[in-house]
Design a protein around this ligand. Sequence first.
Ligand code: AMP
Length: 171
Amino acid sequence: MPNLKQLIREIPDWPKPGILFYDITTLMKDQAGQAAVIDGLKSSVNADEIDAVIGIEARGFFFAPTVAHSLGKGFIPVRKPKKLPAATESVEYALEYGTDKLEIHKDAIQPGQRILIVDDVLATGGTAAAVAQLVEKLGGKVVALAFVIELDFLSGRDKLGKHRIHSLLHY
Ligand code: AMP
């Protein structure tokens, strides 16, 4: 089992002063590292518990389709505004300054479908909570959320209170 933390490059003061950015591209280009991450994310659920896997643009797309494939499920993208071509459902959420928006195709989830949400980093939890809301707006059920990294000091999981959360690495 490779040491995953050693494979993640840490970039201080990016994209702005005071942020320590966890760069997972160095982990993903390492074959054993990538395999361990996909296996770890996959193990957050049993295949028979879910119907599909959601990835959040952009870095969630590095993982979610492969996790979906390895569980024998389909992949559903949640994207930034105006990227999806068919009818969408959207959710607005608060950032440090201002708001942001995420969208999903209205017909991507059928009522009652069970969903695993995948992203790279759980920071403040705003993004993940918004995506969980999107799933529920369409009548889906969030079975679990899986992250490569959780920044414990930001208490993001408090925003996801009732949901099951699996993080491979904690900082
Ligand atoms: P949040 O909504 O605060 O939980 O932020 C989550 C999103 O921001 C994730 O999709 C990450 O890609 C990104 N993110 C936040 N903080 C970091 C960090 N320190 N290093 C890398 N990505 C981060």
